[in-house]
Design a protein around this ligand. Structure first.
Ligand code: VG1
Ligand code: CO
Length: 559
């Protein structure tokens, strides 16, 4: 195999965000752009102790536009940089949790996930790339910082001269390796089987099968993204759900022109089905571009991701994999404190981490937590080191199946109502203002921070500000510290308003406002969150002067 060494010059914008490097497809298509970033990753890995002999790289993406081209390039660069084998999902497709699982199951050195997740795809959409380490999880900040540093000084990259590789046929293709008498092998694997097998070891498939055969009606929306083939295999082939339980299950390069973000705004078709009054089905769920997010809906009912995490924790012992109980839970800082209440009752620890799944890895590796969650529709457990959309859907179905056996059909709404009755309700909502000018967004945050001292002790109706700060995280396992992870206004009664700038957007800035208030009174538990949080929303706008400073009169997305 011949290796080419190509001269290049750095790009100054290759700083990984919350979850890898995300840019417009057009940016990734610039000559050397992808190559520079991939080489910076490899240079970072080689920096430590170099690659161990026989190092294997897992590669897969969510099937969005540019996925196939990028995979061809990465395979050639992996060969040139000393990997001896790459595992590639058939057609270049692997969901993010599936990549995590494959890295762990086959003990590969690491993995590349090609995805911009919930961001739009297509030629005018976004592309993204992320490196996962050998525990299957996203590279921690120490590594992503080094990757960025390398990308700023890169001068050459290495790429092997290989023919175009057939990634659509399952099997192995061997080439002569870089070193004499060695081979470089491209192994194309079925994208779905390993993952479906894993799910079958965690959940009570026979119980879910009976539930689905008992007249319980569900709909899963893959949003034209990566989970379609997984859903077909799991729900239809293995669990016997009728084919019409699935929608939008053929992955498309531009996600059918939609926004593969499973929330009340972008999963509109599913929402309409699930909020059709009496005609609504019993259970609805959707997942995002790369299959790591989930939205859970009941009959005319929406489960916030924060509540979902709490319900999963409270009911974990109904699921075979967690029958013995869970070690602890972790949630990202902006996620509501609902899970904390469950943890307190179970007498297990609850950790609060910055936004982004990479912060959960250490806690899971150390056995401190079993379940993790983010308010952004992400939940998962230590079965992988990524959030896992289908896992969450199966967890809910398993709970419903189990409760169904015990008490006859129990609705999702009923589960939430009883949960709130027991724990109280952390009323929660997030308001996103997408694609606002970066400068205006920065000024809003600066304006809030300037009030840190004056706000303390101030009353807004019955709400009194207790403290204001920028969230910092001290990782209890490796001692690393991450600053500036969200601007918090904390009130005396435990209510919170958090302002945070997104680290995954590719256009201007996205400002997120997270709102939370605790409601112990069960006569108010049925209230719509926007109604229950009206006062908090007011306070947030008043403190931030967001309307005045951005000209935006309403959020782009409310979840
Ligand atoms: C968002 C979410 C965060 C999530 C990240 C990646 O980040 O808020 O909770 O981990 O997306 O999710 P940000 O920086 O835009 O708020 V995924 O499904 O896009 O990989
Ligand atoms: Co995602």
């Amino acid at each position: 195999m011949k290796i080419q060494t190509i001269q290049t010059t750095p790009f100054d914008d290759q700083k990984p965000g919350t979850s890898g490097l995300r840019k417009k497809v057009k940016v990734f298509q610039q000559p050397h752009y992808l190559e520079n970033f991939v080489q910076s990753i490899f240079d970072t890995l080689l920096d430590d102790d170099g690659l161990p002999s026989g190092a294997v790289l897992t590669i897969g993406g969510d099937g969005r536009y540019h996925n196939r081209d990028a995979i061809q390039t990465i395979i050639k660069m992996a060969a040139a940089n000393g990997f001896t084998r790459v595992l590639v999902g058939q057609a270049g497709i692997l969901s993010t949790p599936a990549v995590s699982h494959l890295i762990r199951k086959y003990k590969t050195f690491g993995g590349m996930v090609l995805s911009a997740s919930h961001n739009q795809g297509g030629v005018n959409g976004d592309f993204g790339i992320k490196y996962n380490i050998s525990n299957g999880g996203p590279a921690p900040e120490k590594i992503t910082d080094t990757i960025f540093a390398k990308s700023k000084v890169i001068a050459i990259y290495k790429i092997a001269e290989l023919p175009k590789i057939d990634i659509d046929t399952v099997g192995e293709i061997a080439f002569d390796g870089v070193i004499q008498n060695t081979k470089f092998v491209v192994q194309v694997i079925n994208a779905v089987d390993d993952y479906a097998d894993l799910m079958q070891t965690l959940f009570d498939f026979p119980a879910i099968k009976s539930l689905l055969a008992s007249g319980f009606k569900m709909k899963f929306d893959a949003m034209h993204a990566v989970t379609g083939p997984y859903a077909q295999e799991i729900f239809v082939n293995r669990l016997g759900a009728p084919a019409n339980s699935l929608m939008n299950c053929i992955p498309s390069e531009d996600f059918g022109g939609g926004h593969p973000d499973p929330n009340l705004t972008y999963a509109e078709d599913l929402v309409n089905i699930m909020f059709a009054g009496e005609a609504a089905l019993d259970f609805g769920a959707a997942s995002d571009g790369d299959g790591d997010r989930n939205m859970i809906l009941g009959k005319n009912f929406f489960v916030t991701p924060s509540d979902s995490l709490a319900v999963l924790a409270a009911n974990a012992t109904l699921v075979p994999a967690y029958k013995q109980g869970i070690a602890g839970v972790a949630r990202s800082m902006p996620t509501s404190g609902a899970a904390d209440r469950v943890a307190a009752k179970l007498n297990i620890p609850c950790y609060e981490t910055p936004t982004g799944w990479k912060f959960f890895g250490n806690l899971m590796d150390a056995g401190k937590v079993t379940l993790c969650g983010e308010e952004s529709f992400g939940t998962s457990s230590s079965h992988v080191r990524e959030k896992d959309g289908l896992w969450a859907v199966l967890f809910w179905l398993n709970i419903l199946a189990q409760k169904n056996v015990e008490n006859g059909i129990v609705s999702v709404e009923k589960i939430l109502m009883s949960h709130w009755l027991e724990y109280g309700r952390n009323v929660y909502s997030r308001h996103d203002y997408e694609a606002i000018p970066t400068e205006a967004a920065n000024l809003v945050i600066a304006h809030i921070k300037a009030q840190f001292t004056s706000l303390v002790g101030q009353s807004f109706g019955t709400y009194i500000v207790k403290t204001c700060d920028d969230f910092s995280y001290h990782d209890p396992i490796d001692g690393s510290i991450s600053h500036n992870q969200g601007t918090r206004i904390l009130f005396e009664d435990g209510s919170r308003i958090i302002f945070r700038l997104s680290g995954t957007g590719t256009e201007g800035a996205t400002l997120r406002i997270y709102l939370e208030a605790f409601e112990p009174d069960s006569t108010k538990h049925h209230l719509d969150a926007q109604v229950a949080l009206a006062k908090m929303i007011d306070i947030a706008l008043q403190i931030s002067q967001l309307k005045e400073r951005t000209g935006r009169l309403a959020p782009t997305v409310i979840t």
